[in-house]
Design a protein around this ligand. Structure first.
Ligand code: ADP
Ligand code: ZN
Ligand code: ZN
Length: 767
């Protein structure tokens, strides 16, 4: 940048300003993709126009010897660094911010709250296509044409700029050319950018959208009409109407409403009506769903109602498609955006409401890297934007229920199934002393048989993939264990492999015991693969559909499955929790839950909540239409109090005592927790690091309880020893102050470099 000294005002001849008034370069506060919990200061790129700088812009900066892409989070007048130490940014890839002030604020809040490096947060929230050093707009497929200013150029205008002249000549001859074609003609993207900056060339309108827009149905029918968009909507029942009225009344500012409704009570119907009103008022709606809740059916329902204005962000999209969706949200052509966790960070300039469906679902929490809760941040975003947010669930989280009790959220309840559907009948099957075949007792397989004979469909739930969770030697007791994790290997029979479900390890199945050479190796217990095999043997003429991570890899596997089941012929669905969420299979009348006992005796205080939610959600798949449903739960512990409460009074009877217990034990939601976790090859070094943190915190923050260091739930994974220090306090502020201190201390230890560490605020597992 040139040092331009203004010649007016105080700098009149003869008056010597002291210190000399030289308008210095502004300083860019940049979040860089590095594990730093603060921003770095840079000078703007040499050719940048100070007036064009804005927070939220991407910027290419030097970091050590690397060139990295950062985001400007603020522009300051001066830096605390000595001027000589300030490095200059290389370039601004875009002319405008990629992050709105609103999103920037949300990201910075998240970075602070979760004690995460702001650069990692910001860069993670951008679509992958915007995380590279290429300009946001320019892709290799972008096409250019002559711009408005090109017509006025005289023949000699670019005589001194032969490459620009060549570019204009080429475009003049061909009409349009892509980046690749221009490059082939020896014209660099820098040349094209320079031409674009003076409007001599311009990009063709973006045709990168991969989604064919559906014809938009007449959205804005008269109020009270029962046809919304293309599809006919049922008339709401009284509870639904009351919920909708409450949501509607909250439309003009921030409010958080918990919509608790048993499975099939018509929550989605309420969201659809509410969103219709949000759209009518000219605003956008954001709908967050769990990872496996984004079923083809959910998607279809929204698309039938709202047509082409719905944009769906799902895991099957490629980087280009994600970028296109991101753009549609940003430019307002997406009015309803549905997506999983990361969709929270989509640009929505006219955001009018947020819906979080199945708000209790664990997949809203990211467990690696930037550990955030999309549900909790959605509430923050709603607050920042002053819009209402609805959290919906049949099995609300203890956090949300406590927020209702404290008056922070409003509690809306749909007590009954909508339409004709009745709640399913639940029954325990005591499997003590019974022979199990493929994990199923004889009474269960007999019931499955009668149900199929009556022309119905059956769902068998088993939250374990593979053939058997354990391969053991009948002679010496050897068990197949992972070399790198504290975990057993799962037998996958069809693939003839032993697999570790915690790391990527896979190894062949031994023919004899590696310890005593005995050939008597036993596969103990049952996973979905074994259950499927057994059911096929018992019911050879019935199609068995297995649904787990192994069988649902293909992009449209779930779609095909839903179609197959939708035909309604007798069949059995066997699957893991992928089956539990959101699906609506009207002809499923019997749900069998094979093994829930694991959750009843876990050391994790959240296991009760998880187990109760899973049971109620799986059970909710039974009898969702006019056919009555039945749920059979196999257990070795028929007298367990959790099961008694769930069967006796449903989720509400179960979660009430749970909340009381949490309060008595000083556990969330009545206290705040955070984990400082560390992992390394050396157990001793990892332990020492966390002990140092603990001792420092006990000295400086004695009010915050520091428990541990203790082994993580899985103490060793992929060869890394994992330990954690648990911090607890009844209030957030002291906990966060302690976390700040912990991070500062750990950052100063980084040089050692042998131990990786992280902070998990409001941890959801293994605490
Ligand atoms: P949830 O989201 O609570 O599981 P849904 O909105 O998916 O419930 O509704 C379950 C089923 O009931 C769907 O097939 C839906 O079309 C139907 N339904 C919802 N509301 C009504 C209503 N008021 N009258 C009749 N059927 C309804
Ligand atoms: Zn042996
Ligand atoms: Zn492993």
């Amino acid at each position: 940048m040139l040092w331009k000294i203004p010649r007016d005002g105080l700098d009149a001849p003869g008056v010597r300003a002291y210190p000399p008034r030289m308008p210095a370069d502004p300083v860019l506060r940049v979040a860089v993709p590095a594990p730093l919990r603060h921003t770095l200061d840079y000078l703007p790129p040499a050719d940048a126009d100070a007036a064009s700088l804005a927070a939220g812009m991407r910027v290419v900066v030097p970091l050590g010897a690397r060139r990295v892409l950062g985001v400007i989070v603020a522009i300051a007048a001066r830096s605390a660094l000595e001027p000589a130490k300030l490095r200059r940014a290389f370039a601004l890839p875009d002319r405008e911010p990629v992050l709105s002030a609103e999103l920037l604020r949300l990201c910075l809040f998240a970075a602070r709250y979760y004690h995460a490096p702001p650069g990692e947060v910001l860069v993670n929230t951008l679509p992958v296509a915007l995380r590279t050093l290429r300009p946001a707009g320019a892709r290799s497929t972008r096409r250019w044409r002559l711009g408005a200013a090109a017509g006025g150029l005289g023949p000699q205008a670019l005589a001194n700029a032969p490459r620009r002249a060549a570019a204009l000549e080429l475009l003049g001859q061909r009409g349009t050319a892509s980046d690749a074609e221009l490059r082939a003609a020896g014209i660099t993207s820098a040349t094209v950018r320079a031409l674009a900056a003076s409007a001599l060339v311009e990009p063709l309108p973006d045709d990168g959208s991969p989604c064919v827009a559906l014809p938009a149905p007449p959205l804005f029918g008269s109020a009270g009409s029962t046809t919304q968009g293309g599809a006919t909507a049922p008339a709401l029942n009284a509870a639904q109407q009351a919920a909708l009225d409450a949501l509607d009344a909250a439309r003009d500012g921030y409010a958080c409403l918990l919509l608790e409704g048993v499975t099939g009570s018509g929550k989605t119907e309420v969201y659809l009506r509410f969103i219709e009103r949000v759209l009518q008022s000219g605003r956008q709606a954001l709908v967050l769903v769990p990872e496996i809740g984004l079923t083809p059916q959910t998607r279809q329902r929204f698309e039938e109602r709202f047509g082409g204005v719905v944009t769906v962000l799902h895991s099957g999209l490629g980087d280009r498609e994600r970028l296109a969706a991101w753009r549609r949200s940003a430019d307002g052509s997406a009015r309803v955006l549905i997506g999983t966790r990361s969709a929270l960070f989509s640009p929505l300039p006219e955001l009018g409401a947020i819906v979080v469906d199945e708000e209790h679902d664990a997949s809203f929490k990211q467990h690696e890297g930037f550990r955030y809760s999309a549900r909790d941040l959605a509430v923050v975003r709603a607050q920042q934007c002053q819009v209402p947010i609805v959290l919906g669930s049949a099995t609300p989280s203890t956090e949300s229920l406590a927020n209702c009790a404290a008056g922070r959220f409003r509690h809306l309840v749909l007590p009954e199934r909508a339409g004709e559907a009745r709640p399913p009948v639940m029954r325990l099957l005591d499997v003590r002393g019974q022979p199990l075949d493929g994990g199923m007792c004889p009474e269960l397989t007999a019931r499955i048989g009668t149900e199929l004979a009556a022309g119905k469909q059956v769902l068998v739930f088993l939250n374990r993939r593979g053939w058997a969770p354990l391969l053991s030697c009948a002679d010496c007791g050897w068990m197949a264990e992972c070399r790198d994790c504290d975990a057993r290997l799962t037998l996958h029979r069809a693939e003839r492999l032993l697999c570790c479900h915690h790391c990527e390890r896979r190894q062949p199945v031994p023919a004899t015991c590696p310890h005593c050479r005995s050939a008597r190796l036993l596969a103990l217990g049952a996973g979905t693969e074994r259950a499927e095999h057994t059911l096929q043997r018992l019911f050879p003429s019935v199609p068995i559909l297995r649904i787990d991570r192994s069988t649902m890899q293909a992009r449209d596997a779930m779609e095909r499955l839903v179609q197959e089941v939708g035909r309604g012929d007798p069949s059995i669905l066997v699957g893991t929790q992928m089956l539990a969420k959101g699906h609506h299979f009207p002809r499923v009348t019997l749900v069998a839950i094979l093994d829930l006992d694991g959750g009843l005796f876990s050391a994790d205080f959240r296991a009760a909540e998880r187990t109760g939610q899973l049971l109620v959600q799986v059970a909710g798949r039974a009898g969702r239409a006019d056919l009555p449903g039945e749920v059979l739960v196999q257990t070795f512990h028929p007298g367990h109090p959790w099961l008694m409460r769930l069967l006796g009074g449903g989720y509400a009877a179960f979660v009430g005592p749970l909340l009381q217990e949490r309060r008595a034990r000083g556990l969330p939601p009545y206290a705040h927790l955070a984990v400082v976790g560390a992992e390394g090859r050396s157990e001793a070094a990892t332990l020492r690091l966390l002990q140092e943190v603990r001792d420092a915190l006990r000295r400086a923050h004695p009010a915050v309880e520091a428990i541990g260091p203790l082994p993580a739930t899985l103490p060793r994974r992929a060869g890394q020893h994992r330990l954690q220090l648990l911090l607890r306090h009844p209030h957030r502020a002291p906990l966060h102050a302690a976390l700040d201190a912990a991070c500062t201390l750990l950052e100063s230890q980084r040089a050692a470099g042998i131990t990786r560490w992280h902070v998990d605020v409001d941890p959801q597992d293994g605490a």
